[in-house]
Design a protein around this ligand. Structure first.
Ligand SMILES: [Zn+2]
Length: 126
């Protein structure tokens, strides 16, 4: 298994940040816990600022060090600004339901469909 995140409760390495921790059984469920878990993973990437993508994630080495501290009982201090960004990222991921995707596809396709209808109408009119 590829480790990409750190358990926010016990500091053990785990896979995808949403996964349950094998060591302590902690399963991030609340938005806050998911945001913290995202922060302690290599998946944490913030998009969209004026310079393009801004990478705020930590390297795997840094994450492992944080994990060791958590493992020793030292709580990790989550930066409030970054935590808020992580929370927004969780929120935007969760808003991306299949229904939303379908809706945006239809919205994108409707002008194209309209164009085709107009072109066909003009072609067959004469
Ligand atoms: Zn754990």
């Amino acid at each position: 298994m590829k480790y990409t995140s750190i358990c926010i409760k016990c500091g053990q390495s785990k896979g995808f940040f949403r996964r349950q921790c094998i060591s302590c059984g902690f399963q991030p469920a609340s938005q806050l816990d998911l945001a913290k878990s995202l922060m302690l993973s290599t998946n944490f990437e913030i998009q969209s600022n004026e310079f393009g993508n801004e990478y705020l994630g930590k390297t795997w080495n840094e994450l492992q060090k944080i994990g060791q501290h958590i493992g020793c009982g030292e709580p990790y201090e989550f930066d409030p600004d970054l935590l808020e960004k992580a929370r927004q990222q969780i929120e935007s991921i969760e808003q991306l339901t299949p229904r939303m995707v379908l809706k945006s596809v239809v919205l994108w396709l409707s002008p194209v469909m309209l164009m085709i209808v107009v072109v066909l109408y003009l072609a067959f009119r004469s």
